[in-house]
Design a protein around this ligand. Structure first.
Ligand code: 13P
Length: 248
């Protein structure tokens, strides 16, 4: 039985003040939540969140990492540094990094490996653009993105990887995939993993992301292969985020 996981991706939205009130708001409602809950904060706020969530069930993640563990890489942050602030998770391959910062599936696979090697759990994001869906290439795109990681790390690494299916056309647009559309791709992903290992496929959490909100979360998460959500906009309001956490 896979546990429901809800992860918030704050993207580049935070201030010391907003982080305080958001985390305290989430913590105040956590006693009614049975899902695993993760917040992925921008780097400068990892320390603040680490201090706020101490002795709670809330988990911390980062949004990016460099493939190297240290050295002359000005402006970059390593998996070890992320771990140093108590984070257990890190997003890799978010579509904004793929499209805005040129992260190819090869780079994403290398980042996934750096995270796994350091003992972090990567949340590996995959998903097709609007044009790719319209031209019938959704499965081919997702397969290429996943295969790059399976090819570099091997299927066993998925014992420590969370997958997130995020159709690019649904991110920040208010256009949520229907539960049927999402379930169909989630099942495709699980079957793809099952081609290498049935048991790992059954145990790998696959989250949905893309305009998930308090109103649509329950319908999505109730699908058999949707194991939770990766939330952008709605993760910035404690009440909305908690409602999604409770939908699982
Ligand atoms: P929205 O929930 O704002 O659509 O963002 C989804 C996302 O990109 C999470 O990583």
């Amino acid at each position: 039985m896979r546990k429901t996981i809800v992860a918030g991706n704050w993207k580049m939205n935070a201030s010391k003040e907003s982080v305080n009130s958001l985390i305290n708001g989430i913590l105040s409602g956590m006693s009614d939540v049975s899902s695993d809950v993760i917040v992925c904060a921008p780097f400068p706020y990892l320390s603040q969140v680490e201090a706020l969530i101490i002795n709670s069930d809330l988990m911390l993640g980062a949004q990016n990492l460099n493939v190297n563990s240290k050295g002359a890489f000005t402006g970059e942050v390593s998996a070890e540094m992320i771990k140093d602030f108590g984070a257990q998770h890190v997003l890799v391959g978010h579509s904004e990094r793929r499209s805005l910062y040129g992260e190819t599936s090869t780079i994403v696979a290398e980042k996934t490996k750096a995270a796994v090697d350091a003992g972090l759990t990567p949340i590996l994001c995959v998903g097709e653009s609007f044009e790719e869906r319209e031209s019938g290439n959704t499965e081919a795109v997702v397969e290429e993105q996943l295969n790059a990681v399976v090819g570099l790390l091997g299927i066993e690494a998925f014992n420590g990887i969370i997958v997130a299916y995020e159709p690019v056309w649904a991110i920040g647009t208010g256009l949520t995939a229907t539960p049927e559309q999402a379930q169909s791709v989630h099942l495709f992903i699980r079957n793809l993993l099952a081609g290498s290992s049935e048991s790992i496929a059954q145990n790998t959490p696959i989250l949905y992301g893309g305009s998930m909100n308090a109103g649509n979360a329950a319908d999505l998460i109730s699908c058999s292969d949707i194991d939770g959500g990766l939330i952008g906009g709605a993760a910035l309001k404690a009440e909305d985020f908690l409602q999604i956490c409770k939908a699982g």
